[in-house]
Write a protein that binds this ligand. Structure first.
Ligand code: HEM
Length: 132
């Protein structure tokens, strides 16, 4: 009888140890899951771009029109709903660039008429967005 009791107690202790070990294992698994979730979320560059654009202040076309680069005004251009400040570009003196005046939406012109396309805008920080 005594031997059996000791054996039972040892068995019970073993089971407790196994349960505790499994519990820790699960915790680690959960932590990894959360970390991976965060990493995956930050890894998608398209999501980042969209999120960054949404955080830009909303501007009106009237505000953009006031910034046509003439009479000392700053030079803003709108391409695909995003406002860029091109004032500091030596190619936009007085807000004019190859016949294109700042202060307006130049999406059609940059995509249709320019030799460079929209890639040149990567050199400029977007400063706002036009709400659709
Ligand atoms: C329609 C005729 C156009 C011509 C012939 C033209 C031509 C050029 C050329 C030769 C450059 C220099 C190339 C370079 O820096 O990589 C340039 C730069 C640039 N263009 Fe145009 N472009 C035109 C229209 C436009 C339009 C409609 C926009 C509208 C936003 C635009 C925005 C820019 C910008 C932001 C730069 C870069 C300026 C800088 O880095 O300082 N262009 N363009």
């Amino acid at each position: 009888m005594k031997k059996r009791s000791v054996l039972m107690i040892l068995l019970a202790l073993l089971m407790v140890l196994v349960l505790v070990a499994c519990g820790n294992g699960n915790d680690n698994g959960d932590d990894n899951g959360v970390e991976n979730g965060v990493e995956n979320g930050a890894e998608d560059p398209a999501d980042d771009d969209e999120a960054a654009e949404e955080e830009l202040p909303v501007m009106t076309m009237a505000e953009v029109a006031e910034n046509d680069g003439l009479d000392g005004a700053r030079a803003y251009v709108v391409v695909e709903g995003i406002v860029y400040d091109v004032t500091d570009s030596p190619r936009w003196v007085d807000g004019n660039h190859n016949g294109n005046q700042a202060g307006q939406d130049l999406t059609d012109e940059i995509l249709g008429d320019s030799p460079h396309g929209r890639s040149v805008l990567d050199r400029f920080e977007p400063i706002g967005r036009i709400e659709e």
